[in-house]
Ligand binder design. Sequence first.
Ligand code: UDP
Length: 234
Amino acid sequence: MKKTKRLYEGKAKILWETDSPGRMIQEFKDDATAFNGVKHEIISGKGVLNNQISSHFFTLLNEAGVTTHFVEKISEREMVVDRLEMLPIEVVVRNVAAGSMVKRLGIEAGRRFDPPIVEYYLKDDDLNDPILSEEHVTALGLTTHEFLAEMKTAALKVNSILTGFLEERGIRLVDFKLEFGLKDGRLVLGDEISPDTCRFHDATSGRIMDKDRFRQDLGGFIEAYNEVLDRVSS
Ligand code: UDP
């Protein structure tokens, strides 16, 4: 498969059109950004780790019957994916309070949610990705009631699969973000699933093993991502 055209370049990935119809190559970069791009650094090796970690998670989900865009990992930084028409929505699932939710609601970090909370955000950097209710999603025409319901069910299924898998490897899945798209009129999970898009805490010590190490200048960033990969591949 050959890359033919750079279709889209985001903060952490490049999407390439290929000579294979309906297929794209997703390339993971070493750029780390936070606070809507205000903080930006190149962290050598991050892309290679996120490609491996994401490939593991997508394989696990495909095997569990979740429809994802993942086809195969083809190099250190590249995976082949199905071409999707992405919905402009970020779906966040929260098992434990952290991040923006703690700030927005003034609650204590670490509070557990059972059942987990599903939230929606508008994917729009200029507006700083505002939170949306389910009514906003449908009233703004971002997607249909049917796809919204399907997305919520899929997000909760992904949560229960990943939570169980990670628990066995001593990692608590605090929260994560998913993005979905459509292919031939069907809803498909796209984007990536990595320590850039999830919060992972060591189940025993509570140590942060995700992008919060970068957001909060905690150091040991690549070491933490490496440890996630080690545990995920064991
Ligand atoms: N997240 C993401 N991309 C975004 C916003 C959030 O991948 O543009 C992930 C983030 O890494 C975390 C979860 O979604 O795992 C919830 O993020 P939150 O709303 O707490 O926002 P943040 O604290 O990242 O501003």
